[in-house]
Design a protein around this ligand. Structure first.
Ligand code: NAP
Length: 250
């Protein structure tokens, strides 16, 4: 079995996740690139990694579905035979709505993908990485949001609440695993230039909100990826339970 570490990045086909996959490969990880439906985008990420001499595989799976998560980790086992890192990056927003306009279906889907999905992926990773289960240890990085602090009023309070849950999950899980060789940390991106805003019906959101950021600009997916790769790396060996704002001061 190869000694080269393996990281699974959920939602690795586009945006922040794609930047994490590319940087992870440059830093010596073999990469499992999960995607929900955009096979073409995931294949492009894999191709760019392979072109630069790295190793990667695209794995389909909706993190809002428990059966897909189980199949995704089985595919990682089959392809790489080991797991050393998990980036719980896949996440969704929705169209701007007040809470009194939201349907039960919307709220359930939001929490299912953003919260339950991250927890179930972590559970699968723990079963492979924890010393308690005979594993070699590893690192988990969860992708939260500054919305967890700011609340996203009139846009998507359900999303903000899902990310606040990720913050609490990060702290609790880090303590649960601290003696089992697994570090658990999170990043809180601020306003980042990706397709996420268009998927919430606000394609110009990053540009429009830039003046409200102390640094006066949106961040890039690559800037968030840098923070995530640091938290995954041995350079962060004494850091667990940390939640790092990557938000230009916002
Ligand atoms: P994005 O550009 O919309 O990309 C989303 C990625 O997640 C895609 O790869 C997509 O796959 C995948 N995905 C969506 N739903 C999924 C599901 N149910 N199962 C598996 N994969 C799924 O988003 P982004 O801006 O990079 O956001 C990444 C993370 O950062 C999210 O957790 C988001 O909440 C967080 N974040 C973003 C910002 C921001 O300003 N952009 C700010 C704070 C936090 P397909 O390509 O197959 O659709």
């Amino acid at each position: 079995m190869s000694d080269t570490p393996v990281v699974l990045v959920t939602g690795g086909s586009r945006g922040i996740g794609a930047a994490v996959c590319r940087l992870a490969a440059r830093q010596g990880w073999r990469v499992a690139v999960n995607y929900a439906s955009n096979r073409k985008a995931a294949d492009a990420v894999v191709a760019s990694i392979v072109e630069h001499g790295g190793e990667a595989v695209a794995i389909e799976g909706d993190v809002g579905k428990a059966a897909d998560i189980a199949a995704m980790f089985a595919a990682v086992d089959g392809h790489f035979g080991r797991l050393d890192g998990l980036v719980n990056n896949a996440g969704i927003v929705d169209y701007p709505q007040r809470v009194d306009e939201m349907s039960a279906e919307r709220i359930e889907r939001m929490l299912c993908v953003n919260v339950t999905g991250s927890m179930l992926c972590a559970a699968e990773a723990i079963r492979r990485m924890s010393s308690r289960h005979g594993g070699q240890g590893g690192a988990i990085v969860n992708v939260s949001s500054m919305a967890a602090i700011l609340g996203a009023a009139t846009q998507y309070v359900d999303y903000a609440a899902s990310k606040a849950a990720i913050d609490a999950f990060t702290v609790g899980l880090s303590r649960e695993l601290a003696v089992e060789g697994i570090r658990v940390n999170a990043v809180r991106p601020g306003i980042i230039e990706t397709d996420l805003h268009a998927s919430g019906g606000l394609p110009d959101r990053a540009r429009e909100m830039a003046p409200s950021v102390p640094m006066q600009r949106a961040g890039t997916a690559e800037e968030v990826a840098d923070a995530i790769l640091y938290l995954l790396s041995p350079s962060a060996s004494y850091i667990t339970g940390a939640i790092l704002n990557v938000s230009g001061g916002r």
